[in-house]
Design a protein around this ligand. Structure first.
Ligand SMILES: Nc1ncnc2c1ncn2[C@@H]1O[C@H](COP(=O)(O)OP(=O)(O)OP(=O)(O)O)[C@@H](O)[C@H]1O
Length: 308
């Protein structure tokens, strides 16, 4: 295992009965980075992460986290990693956030201070309520705090901001970015494109239990073909636009309401597209020149959307 790798997975295979959840994935997560694992529902993200956390035993292949085997060396590894399961699973339902976090902090040699963490994740108000009675978003934040309080070197987060409101989500992103800047390795799964785009140093896209593509968000979204992309009402009649474009250019609806114009992009082309939109009273939302979104990449590479 190279010294810069926090996680190394080689030819990982995991079956549940007849279902092949992970089908030979190999990947590396560099130390001190935020890596997002993306893919449609059932792609094998959670199973891959659970093999890293030591919750699942691979059928074949190897998994190393901080150079350790999560199953064989679990006792050594557990104090050095943080784990947040989907929907805050695994929390003691009757405990209140402050006592739970204080208890978890005591189990670690160099924990984070609990009070600032509670304040940062705005859990003060919910301090008197047992975890089982908290809202979904509050429970997510308690689960995140529980994953972080032991000051882990590597943290695995399964959809950390699902159900969290947009303002708090940005606060969680700031916290994760700060952890990364302090040298912590963050591995997360998400269905939220903006989360992956804003946070990730590296994105891994998986589907059908296999790795489809990986790279930085910039690398993955660069559009070598030259394109203009925008979102508008679905099923627009593009024939008038095609007539106005230079010869050899193409305009398509890549997915409902997502339009791609492929041509050499220059100011005239941009003017043609926006003027056609204006004539048809269409606001070209999210207009992008020479770039696609990560959602476009997932759609192109897996044929399926990221969001259910
Ligand atoms: N405990 C289990 N028993 C049987 N099949 C399972 C189990 N857990 C997952 N699977 C199946 O394995 C495949 C991969 O599931 P996994 O949860 O790893 O995917 P995922 O990418 O995390 O999906 P999602 O985005 O929906 O959380 C799916 O077909 C799923 O139905």
């Amino acid at each position: 295992m190279s010294s810069s790798a926090a996680v190394e997975i080689a030819s990982l295979v995991k079956h549940y009965g007849r279902t092949t959840a992970v089908d030979g994935i190999s990947l590396t997560v560099r130390t001190g980075t935020i890596t997002s694992v993306l893919g449609p529902n059932g792609a094998g993200k959670t199973t891959t992460i659970e093999c890293c956390e030591g919750f699942r035993t691979p059928d074949s292949g190897t998994v190393r986290v901080l150079g350790l085997d999560p199953r064989r060396d679990g006792a050594q590894l557990r104090p050095r990693i943080g784990v947040m399961l989907q929907e805050g699973a695994g929390l003691y339902p009757g405990a209140r956030a402050p006592e739970l976090l204080t208890h978890l902090a005591r189990l670690h040699a160099h924990p984070l201070a609990v009070a600032p963490l509670i304040e940062r994740l705005e859990l003060g108000e919910s301090g008197r309520t047992p975890v089982r009675r908290l809202s979904g978003g509050q429970r997510q934040r308690v689960a995140l705090a529980a994953a972080l309080v032991g000051r882990p070197e590597v943290v695995f987060l399964d959809e950390p901001t699902a159900g969290v409101d947009p303002r708090m989500r940005r606060s969680v992103w700031d916290l994760l970015t700060q952890l990364r800047d302090d040298g912590v390795t963050v591995v997360l799964t998400t269905h939220l494109i903006d989360e992956a785009e804003r946070l990730s140093d590296h994105v891994i896209i998986i589907d059908d239990g296999g790795l489809v593509t990986e790279g930085s968000p910039q690398e993955l979204t660069r559009d070598a073909d030259s394109s203009i992309r925008f979102t508008g009402p679905p099923r627009l009649d593009l024939s008038g636009l095609v007539d106005a474009l230079p010869e050899g250019a193409a305009a398509d609806e890549a997915a409902p309401g997502r339009y791609v114009i492929r041509a050499t992009v220059n100011p005239q082309l941009l003017a043609t597209v926006t003027s056609w939109c204006a004539t048809h009273d269409i606001m070209p939302e999210g207009l992008q020149v020479g770039r696609k979104t990560l959602e476009d990449v997932v759609l192109e590479r897996t044929g399926r959307k990221l969001t259910p």
